[in-house]
Design a protein around this ligand. Sequence first.
Ligand code: ATP
Ligand SMILES: O=c1ccn([C@@H]2O[C@H](COP(=O)(O)O)[C@@H](O)[C@H]2O)c(=O)[nH]1
Length: 238
Amino acid sequence: MSELKYKRVLLKLSGESLMGSDPFGINRETIMQTVRQVKEVSDLGVEVAIVVGGGNIFRGVSAQAGSMDRATADYMGMLATVMNALALKEALESIGAKARVQSALSMQQIAETYARPKAIQYLEEGKIVIFAAGTGNPFFTTDTAAALRGAEMCCDVMLKATNVDGIYTADPKKDPSATRYQSVTFDEAIEKNLKVMDATAFTLCRERDMNIVVFGIQKQDALKNVVLGKDEGTLVHN
Ligand SMILES: Nc1ncnc2c1ncn2[C@@H]1O[C@H](COP(=O)(O)OP(=O)(O)OP(=O)(O)O)[C@@H](O)[C@H]1O
Ligand SMILES: O=c1ccn([C@@H]2O[C@H](COP(=O)(O)O)[C@@H](O)[C@H]2O)c(=O)[nH]1
């Protein structure tokens, strides 16, 4: 069997990557395709922690939030990530995987509250841990939460699964002439303002020396290819 490149990973799933071709929400086929990939790498022996976004349900800073108080809108965004986390747990369990949700905001009737030692224990037991509610603070994003939890869980790498297949010279959805990087340094990504991830998240990963792989989760076997160290997506490194 091929060698694993990473033993413990922080997988960032964007909310939008759960929509499939729907305009918003969670597409059943898409979430099942995603969790099958997650279970496959977990079965290979990779410890998987997940941070999920909320953009498919609510984006706090969006136009829809209009004149709302920013912090209130951001709390609504965090609640959206809790819904996605619960959906992911259900989907994982429906295919026989063991998963736990820990929320950065206390809501004890529906999820455990984030506790680092317990989360590490779950990972060591081979359970998939889904972190909900981002950092628990407004004015942040789930990319930053992913960098934070990745650092706290001592993950070998952060894997940013999204609906584009890597980092491009410009947003590929807006500029069809943009080309994909195979690898890029943190400094370059920040300097060139490559908007695939926010600068706070890049900066935290750079400081912790935690590489990032940005890849497209829609592609069959993409996650497995990444953990086996095959050429997939874009590597961000120091
Ligand atoms: N230079 C770039 N390379 C690749 N993607 C880019 C770039 N600049 C902007 N993007 C955009 O970044 C997006 C990837 O981010 P992602 O899908 O994770 O969104 P998010 O806002 O982090 O997640 P969520 O949907 O949960 O809010 C893509 O949709 C892509 O269009
Ligand atoms: O730590 C956090 C994480 C998220 N938010 C709010 O939630 C939404 C959805 O998160 P995405 O990263 O965009 O998927 C985000 O727009 C924020 O409004 C937050 O406040 N704090």
